[in-house]
Design a protein around this ligand. Sequence first.
Ligand code: MN
Length: 286
Amino acid sequence: MKTLIDTISNSDGHWVGDGFPVRSLFSYNGDTKAVSPFLLFDYAGPWTFEPADGQPRGVGQHPHRGFETVTIVYDGEVSHKDSTGGGGTIGTGEVQWMTAGAGIIHEEYHSPGYSKTGGPFRMVQLWVNLPAKDKMTPARYQAITRDAIQTVELDGGTARIIAGELNGTKGPASTFTPINLWDLRLKADADVILPLPERHTSMIAVLAGHVTIDGKGVGEAEIARFSTEGEGVRIKADGDAIVLVLTGEPIDEPVVGYGPFVMNSEAEIRQAFDDYNSGRFGAVAA
Ligand code: MN
C-alpha cells in the first residue's frame, strides 16, 4: 500500500475574476516535485450565486502557455471561448480538458443560463504540466460530456473515470503523460481500496464530506498526498463524500512558472510574454 505523506489545505481564498471563489490547494510556487506532473489545484466554491442580469460573472480574456487546464464542473455551468475559434459550455458533471500548449487566449464565465438562475456553484480547475517536448504543441481542447464518462461501481460508491483506467474501465481524456483522474461519490461508511499505480504521484482531494485514510481524518477542501511507492490506498467515508482521485507519472524537468505561463526556463517565460504582447497568440473572435 502507499503511505500517507501529508495533507494540504488552504484557508485563504481569493477570487478569480468575479465568478470563481477559489482556494488554491497547491500551485507551481510551492514544491513542484511533490505534485508533478500537476501544477496547480484550484477548488472553486462551494458557493451560492444570486440570479444576475447582464454580463455573466467570470474572468475575461487571458493567455496560457506550456501546460493543460482541466476544468471539472460539479455544480453550475461555465462558458468559454478561445483564440482557436473554440467555445462552448461545460455543464454540471462535465469536464473540459484544454491543452494551452504553444499558446491560447480564452475567457471563462458562468453560462448565461446559470447566471440568470443562480444557485450552487462548485468546480475544480487542475493544471497539468506538459513535458518539454510537448510544451509548444498546438492548442486544442477536449469537451468531455457526461455521456462520455463511464462509471465503475465500488463497494459503497461509484467512480466516474475522466482519465486513465480503473478495473478495466478507461476514461475518455487523451493525455500526454500517464494520468488517472477519477470522480468518486462515496456513501457513508463506504470502505474502498483503490489500486493506484506504483511510481505515480498520488493525491486524493476531498471536495465534500469527510473521509479517514490511514487513521487520519481528511475533510472538505483538503488533499491527502501519498508516497509514489506502493500500489493502493484504502479510504473510509465517514459520511457521504465527493472525492477526486488524481495520480500521474512525474515529469522530471525544471518548472518555471509566472502567472499564466509555465515553462522550463526563465528565457522561455520571457519569450512567452514577448509572443503574447506581439499578438502571436492570436485573438478571441468577437
Ligand atoms: Mn484560464
